[in-house]
Design a protein around this ligand. Structure first.
Ligand code: ZN
Length: 444
């Protein structure tokens, strides 16, 4: 995928004062570094499993400790503005623990707890970086008055992965990966690393069905290119993500939510019911917990697989895929939340965007203003109000009768290509819709 700078992009795209309804901004990305990630299953032996587990637990404690250090500084060095005494001796301010001070403190940790010497030092450092990231994220959200939970302390077994921020280029040899301080671990390499890519970081993680390694790969040899695809009536496909179907295209094709996915979800429900009946803490309960966790992973895998297949099929059909720029978080709070989270549209759109970037540098995914896509007539542009349960769009002005979702998909396509019907009407722009405005994702 083209690794662009998402923060800058958002500032560009969500500019609330922008005069156009559909911002068709195709960003020219000057410097592109191709990045992708491959995940393989690991087959560690008993000794390696115990090493990995020991590390995970030590890192968990380290993470909690460093997080606590930051929290306590935060608590000690501030007071509410209405309770601040006018006269008071100023105590010596403790140094605010940051990434570097905590990194320097590494020596003390190793001194007091020699078992930390067993962990590769770069892995230990990375753990501290995770603390920094979690804390910064929270801090930033607080500042912007967004709701984001405090970073949490991790309970036993809840710290699930660690990362080598650097690794030797030739760490993989014949179905084995050489992990510093752990040794050569067997891995199932179901597909080879793509040519020209080098391994940047290695993450080991524990999942319900065993251990996995995630390699983040980078290809710097890709030339810096700029690509421009202008959405036109010919090269653009609109998709409407529905509740009944997974999506409907502007060509009238349906992509249903697959049966196998529904079935695996049913199975999950059954297993969850079984779990509730078991006595907490018992052997049977523990077994049931494991079964539920495994099924959760299965459901997630199937969904991901389905998303990838669907994205690939769409990208074969058109150069530009236009979709509603959904405010998933806003929608998820409504009564539709179940189906929205279920279908995982947000995840699908992410995959589509990444795939669009990968697909020969010529396809793009484009998000359009979702306002009234299902109400407006795709034929004449007049607004035809209808409740959610009305499945057909039947226009009293021009007489067209089509499926509700198909009507929406055509509207989405029209918005992406800047169809004249819409321009003539000049959709009203309310405040507060700025965040749901058009989003173009052009990764070259
Ligand atoms: Zn009409």
């Amino acid at each position: 995928m083209g690794r662009t700078h998402p923060i800058n992009l958002q500032i560009l795209l969500f500019a609330p004062d922008s005069k156009v309804d559909v911002i068709i901004t195709i960003i020219e990305v000057m410097l592109i570094v191709m990045r992708t990630a491959y995940q393989y299953k690991l087959k560690p032996n008993k000794e390696q499993v115990s090493t990995i587990e020991l590390w995970l637990d030590l890192l968990r404690r380290q993470y909690n400790y460093r997080l606590g250090e930051r929290f306590s500084w935060w608590e000690e060095n501030r007071c509410p503005v209405n309770a601040c005494p006018l006269v008071m001796p100023i105590p010596q301010l403790r140094d605010n623990p940051n990434y570097y001070s905590q990194k320097r403190d590494l020596v003390n940790t190793k001194d007091k707890f020699p078992s930390y010497k067993l962990i590769h030092s770069k892995v230990l450092q990375d753990c501290r970086k995770q603390v920094k990231l979690a804390f910064d994220r929270w801090f930033k959200a607080e500042k912007n008055k967004q709701k984001l939970g405090k970073p949490r302390f991790n309970g036993i077994g809840c710290y699930r992965s660690f990362t080598y921020p650097q690794i030797k280029l030739d760490c993989i040899e014949e179905n084995q990966i050489n992990l510093p301080k752990i040794g050569k671990v067997k891995l199932i390499q179901h597909r080879p690393i793509p040519e020209g890519f080098i391994i940047k970081t290695v993450t080991i993680s524990r999942k319900a069905d065993g251990y996995y390694v995630t390699l983040s790969l980078e290809d710097k040899s890709v030339p810096a290119l700029t690509s421009k695809v202008k959405p036109t009536l010919k090269n653009t496909l609109g998709i409407d993500m529905g509740l009944k179907e997974f999506l409907v295209t502007s060509e009238g094709e349906l992509v249903p939510i697959p049966q196998y996915y529904r079935k695996s979800q049913q199975r999950l429900k059954t297993l969850q019911k079984r779990l509730y009946r078991k006595k907490k803490g018992s052997k049977r309960w523990l077994k049931a917990v494991k079964a539920v966790a495994k099924q959760h992973k299965k459901v997630a895998d199937k969904r991901k697989d389905f998303h990838f297949k669907t994205a690939n099929e769409l990208l074969l059909k058109a150069e530009v895929i236009a979709h509603e720029n959904l405010n998933i978080k806003g929608l998820a709070k409504t009564r539709l939340s179940k189906s929205i989270n279920d279908a995982g549209w947000g995840k699908f759109l992410t995959i589509l965007t990444v795939k669009a970037g990968n697909a020969g540098q010529k396809t793009i995914g484009i998000g359009v203003n979702p306002k009234n896509t299902s109400q407006d007539c795709s034929n004449c542009g007049k607004k035809v109000d209808k409740e959610l349960n009305i499945r057909t769009h039947s226009c009293p002005y021009c007489g067209i009768v089509i499926d509700r979702d198909l009507n929406a998909a055509i509207n989405i396509k029209n918005r992406a290509v800047g169809h004249s019907v819409l321009k003539a009407r000049g959709v009203r722009r309310g405040t507060g819709t700025g965040k749901r405005e058009a989003q173009t994702i052009a990764s070259a």
